[in-house]
Ligand binder design. Structure first.
Ligand code: AP5
Ligand code: MG
Length: 211
């Protein structure tokens, strides 16, 4: 199963990805997590990506596409994958198609923008495994500690109010055209992301079980 999860910053892509990859035994590929891992390791790719991420801007397509295409050729993707945060521009979607990847379903998490800032400002993430929590909507069992791997949770540097605005402008300008792109290919399914996390997961399960 080859899936894409699409939606603005804070829609719940990462949160729902955790559920999907566990339920369907596929690899979770988050381009944002890959950039953050590279930055932590101080690689040239991570340092370059930081210049854009800190301002809420998309990392240039050339860097992102090369990294993604190489990642999906790894052995853990043989059973399928879920792309979380890729593609984010028409050029990225075209590159994925040109690489011969046949996508089975694109899930769009549709959320009213008024909910996003509160979700993002209250988010705490695991720098080791990428799991996302929320101080009130989805708290970890032990405050400040990742349920999955025990690492100390952090607040992402791009989760500031002014950066969130820039991320939503980038989404509107560069990523939203993908909705029409995948609708035309009859691959898009919309999921209402305003509901509680478990209800969103249930709606996604219904879609994926009928594939
Ligand atoms: P990325 O890491 O992908 O960030 P994003 O797209 O801005 O999305 P987020 O991770 O902020 O949100 P999410 O939808 O995953 O929400 P989450 O589940 O955590 O990208 C970061 C940056 O990297 C980009 O700005 C760009 O610079 C660069 N980049 C990455 N990919 C790129 C690409 N392909 N091309 C170019 N540049 C790229 O949930 C948010 C919070 O809400 C959590 O606290 C969660 O607990 C809570 N929550 C989730 N669902 C619900 C719900 N239903 N109800 C209540 N609370 C909820
Ligand atoms: Mg995410």
């Amino acid at each position: 199963m080859k899936l894409i999860i699409l939606g603005p910053a804070g829609a719940g892509k990462g949160t729902q990805s955790e559920f999907i990859v566990d339920a369907y035994s596929i690899a979770h590929i988050s381009t944002g997590d890959i950039f953050r891992k590279n930055l932590k390791e101080g690689t040239p790719l991570g340092l370059k990506a930081k210049e854009y991420m800190d301002g809420g801007l998309l990392v240039p397509d050339a860097l992102t596409v090369e990294m993604l295409i190489s990642r999906i050729s790894e052995s853990d993707c043989q059973n399928g994958y879920l792309l979380d945060g890729f593609p984010r521009s028409l050029a990225q979607a075209d590159a994925l198609e040109a690489a011969g990847e046949a996508i089975d379903q694109v899930l769009l998490i549709d959320v009213d923008y008024s909910l996003l800032t509160e979700r993002i400002v209250g988010r705490r993430v695991c720098p080791e495994c990428g799991a996302a929590f929320h101080i009130s909507n989805n708290p970890p069992k032990i405050e400040g500690i990742c349920d999955k791997c025990g690492a100390e949770l952090v607040h992402r540097p791009d989760d500031k109010e002014e950066t969130i605005k820039a991320r939503l402008v980038e989404y509107d300008e560069k990523t939203k055209p993908l909705i029409g792109y995948y609708e035309e290919k009859s691959l898009l399914a919309k999921v209402g992301g305003d509901k509680p996390i478990a209800q969103v997961s249930q709606a996604i399960k219904q879609i994926l079980d009928s594939l």
